[in-house]
Design a protein around this ligand. Structure first.
Ligand SMILES: CC(C)(COP(=O)(O)OP(=O)(O)OC[C@H]1O[C@@H](n2cnc3c(N)ncnc32)[C@H](O)[C@@H]1OP(=O)(O)O)[C@@H](O)C(=O)NCCC(=O)NCCS
Length: 200
């Protein structure tokens, strides 16, 4: 049985092993690159071509550098060693205090060439562990209704609990809220199942 990578266990030291680790300040350009790549493939036909083409790795590097300074603990990456970063995720305190979920998964992106290999699951489990360790026992993630990634969250134990329109790309779009009432129970379940994902 492979242990679930919790942030408490993750290393931030220089290493040669592939896998999930805490993000470092120097990861900002690679995170920005993944964000542009995944948005341009995932949201083509959902968001406008103009806004997708206007995405800038340089601008996003600046904002990710600020995020990494603000709360690095909420950001994890999947380091493919010589292949570079292949995915990242970010979590933290629920932005809407009216919702009954203490934590939130803000984003989770795996580079297109590496999708379907178990990386997203490893990153999400690390984010969940991170939330639990930060005293956020439950969490919500928002997914665009048009994005099939919602089935990934269902596979990882989330329940469809709400829908709303959210501001996205300068307009309101339909989004679905998927919740985990008990992150520890979800993590335990994956530990018991042996976290069958191994990554590429
Ligand atoms: C959604 C995403 C993060 C999933 O990561 P991934 O590495 O591709 O997924 P994994 O290989 O870890 O899949 C884990 C499980 O979920 C399933 N799954 C993954 N994506 C799925 C999808 N779109 N529909 C149904 N099942 C899916 C896998 O089949 C696998 O199931 P298994 O346990 O039976 O083997 C990734 O595909 C991605 O970055 N997509 C584009 C960006 C995006 O939409 N991000 C989410 C924004 S909210």
């Amino acid at each position: 049985m492979r242990p679930i990578p919790t942030c408490a266990m993750l290393t931030d030291q220089e290493g040669t092993m592939s896998g999930v680790r805490k993000a470092r300040l120097l990861d900002a350009p690679a995170i920005a690159r993944i964000e542009v790549e995944t948005w341009q493939t995932t949201y083509a036909g959902i968001l406008t071509d103009k806004s997708l083409l206007n995405m800038s790795v340089a601008r996003l590097t600046t904002s990710w550098t600020a995020e990494l300074r603000r709360w690095p603990r909420g950001i994890v990456v999947w380091d493919g060693d010589e292949r570079g970063l292949l995915g990242y995720g970010q979590c933290g305190r629920q932005r809407d205090p009216a919702l009954p979920y203490k934590g939130e998964v803000f984003m989770l992106y795996v580079t297109p060439d590496a999708q379907g290999m178990g990386i997203g699951r490893q990153l999400l489990l690390a984010l969940m562990a991170n939330l639990v360790a930060s005293n956020y026992p439950s969490a919500l993630v928002w997914v665009l209704r048009a994005n099939p990634a919602r089935f990934f969250y269902e596979r990882l134990g989330a329940r469809l609990v709400m829908n709303r329109q959210i501001p996205f790309d300068g307009r309101l779009v339909d989004a679905l809220g998927y919740g985990w009432d008990d992150l520890s129970a979800t993590l335990d379940q994956w530990v018991r199942s042996g976290d069958r994902s191994t990554g590429p």
